[in-house]
Write a protein that binds this ligand. Structure first.
Ligand code: PLP
Length: 388
C-alpha cells in the first residue's frame, strides 16, 4: 500500500453515525441537536453535518452564523434547523434571516438588529409592499436566559423587557418564537436543578407576557446523559456525539459511545543512543540506558500539548511507548528500548483504544484537560481522513 501520509486524523463516520443513533434513542422523546461548532470539535463540520442529517438529525448547533451559512451552502436546506448563538456586536443578520437560521438571542440590541434585518430582507423580496404585511420571512428566534452560568443569557432583570419586545415583534410578524433555552454550569446536580427551576420560572413569566415557545432546551452532553428529567424538548450534544466522555471516571464505551477521531503519524527517523544522552530541547530526558528513540512528526502545532511529555504514551505495533523529552512544535520523540521500529511505522496517539492506544479521554486526563480541548486543538495542517 502506498499510503505515505506523515500525520493524519482519521474520522470514523460510522462511529459518529452510531453515536448519533444511540443518543437519539436515549434522549427520546426529546430531540437531539448535534452540535457541530468549532468545525465539529475538530472533526470537520461539513462532512459530519451531512452524516447527521442522513442519520435523521433535524437540529444542528453551529454557534457562529458563518458556520451555519457554510452548511446551507453545502446543501443542508431549511428543513434542517441550524442553531447559532454567538455574534459580532455589529452582526447584520440579513443572511441569517434569509437562510432561516435559528437564532439564539440574549439582548434587546440583538433583537432590534434582527428585526431590522427582517424588514430589510422583506423589502428586498417585495419592494412595493407596505409595512410588515408582506413579511413572510420572520426570524426564527430562541430567547436565552441566564440561569447561573453568567455567560451570554439574559439576566433576570433583563428578561421581561426582552420577552415583551420579542412578543411585540412576533405580533408584528417579524419573528417567530421558536424556542427558549439556557445552558447549565454543571457544577453540581443541586445547582443544575436550581438552574432548571429558574428556566421554568422564566418560561412561566414569559408566557404571562404572551410568549408561546415551540421548544425548550437546557442540557448538553453531561446533563443530557445523566439527568433525563432536565431534557425538555431538545438536547444539545457535542462531546457525546464524538465519543468524548464527559463524566469523570466514565469512558465512552461505558456510555455505549465510540471515539470518532484517531490521531496517527508515521515514524520519521529512528536513532540508537547511548546511556546518558539527552534528547530534544532542554534535555529534560536523558536515556537511562542504551536505547532506541523514534521521531514522531506531530507537535504542539498539531494539538500535542507540551505537557504530554510527562506520562503520555503512544501505541506502536500494539505496544505503548512513552513520549520522552520536550514536545516541540512539529515533533516529539518516543523511547522504544530495544524493540524493532522502522521509519514509516504508524504510531497511534489516541483513538478508540482497540490497537493498544489511549482514548482521547485518557490522553486528556494525563495532560490535565478534557477530550474536547484535545480534539479541537488538532491543527489545521493535520489532514482529516474520513472512513466509513
Ligand atoms: C458547546 C455547547 C453545547 C454542547 O456541549 P457538549 O458538552 O459538548 O455537549 C451545548 N450548548 C451550548 C450553549 C454550547 O455552547
Amino acid at each position: 500500500m502506498t499510503d505515505t501520509y506523515l500525520r493524519r486524523a482519521t474520522v470514523d463516520l460510522e462511529a459518529y453515525r452510531a453515536n448519533l443513533t444511540h443518543l437519539q434513542r436515549l434522549v427520546a422523546p426529546a430531540e437531539l441537536m448535534a452540535v457541530v461548532k468549532a468545525d465539529a470539535y475538530g472533526h470537520g463540520a461539513t462532512t459530519l453535518a451531512a452524516v447527521a442529517v442522513d442519520a435523521g438529525v433535524r437540529w444542528l448547533g453551529t454557534l457562529e452564523l458563518q458556520n451555519a451559512h457554510e452548511l446551507r451552502a453545502s446543501g443542508i436546506g431549511d428543513g434542517i434547523a441550524l442553531f447559532a448563538w454567538q455574534y459580532s456586536p455589529h452582526e447584520s443578520f440579513e443572511r441569517a434571516v434569509s437562510e432561516k437560521i435559528d437564532l439564539g438571542l440574549s439582548t434587546l440590541a440583538q433583537l432590534e438588529r434582527v428585526a431590522l434585518a427582517v424588514v430589510s430582507v422583506a423589502d428586498a423580496l417585495a419592494p412595493d409592499a407596505v409595512g410588515g404585511a408582506a413579511v413572510d420571512v420572520p426570524a426564527l428566534v430562541h430567547l436565552n436566559v441566564d440561569t447561573g452560568l453568567h455567560r451570554d443569557g439574559a439576566s433576570a432583570d433583563e428578561w421581561e423587557a426582552l420577552v415583551t419586545r420579542a412578543v411585540e415583534l412576533e405580533r408584528a410578524g417579524l419573528l417567530r418564537l421558536r424556542g427558549v433555552y439556557s445552558h447549565l454550569a454543571e457544577a453540581s446536580d443541586e445547582e443544575d436543578t436550581e438552574s432548571a427551576g429558574l428556566l421554568a420560572a422564566a418560561i412561566e413569566r414569559a408566557e404571562e407576557l404572551g410568549a408561546a415557545f415551540e421548544v425548550r432546551h437546557l442540557t448538553a452532553s453531561s446533563a443530557g446523559m445523566e439527568r433525563p428529567e432536565l431534557r425538555l424538548d431538545l438536547v444539545r450534544m457535542g462531546s457525546n456525539t464524538y465519543g468524548i466522555p464527559v463524566t469523570d471516571g466514565v469512558s465512552a464505551a461505558d456510555r455505549g459511545l465510540v471515539p470518532v477521531m484517531t490521531l496517527t503519524a508515521r515514524i520519521a527517523r529512528v536513532k540508537r543512543i547511548a546511556a546518558g544522552t539527552g534528547v530534544s530541547y532542554d534535555y529534560t530526558y536523558r536515556a537511562p540506558r542504551d536505547t532506541t528513540i523514534a521521531l514522531v512528526p506531530v507537535g504542539y502545532a498539531d494539538g500535542v500539548s507540551r505537557r504530554a511529555q510527562n506520562g503520555v504514551t503512544v501505541a506502536l505495533r500494539g505496544k505503548r511507548y512513552p513520549i520522552v523529552g520536550r514536545v516541540a512544535m512539529d515533533q516529539f520523540l518516543i523511547d522504544v528500548g530495544d524493540d524493532p521500529v522502522e521509519v514509516g511505522d504508524v504510531v497511534t496517539l489516541f483513538g478508540p483504544g482497540t490497537a493498544g492506544e489511549l482514548t482521547v479521554g485518557e490522553w486528556a486526563d494525563l495532560v490535565g484537560t478534557i477530550g474536547e480541548e484535545i480534539c479541537t486543538s488538532v491543527g489545521a495542517r493535520v489532514p482529516r481522513a474520513y472512513v466509513s
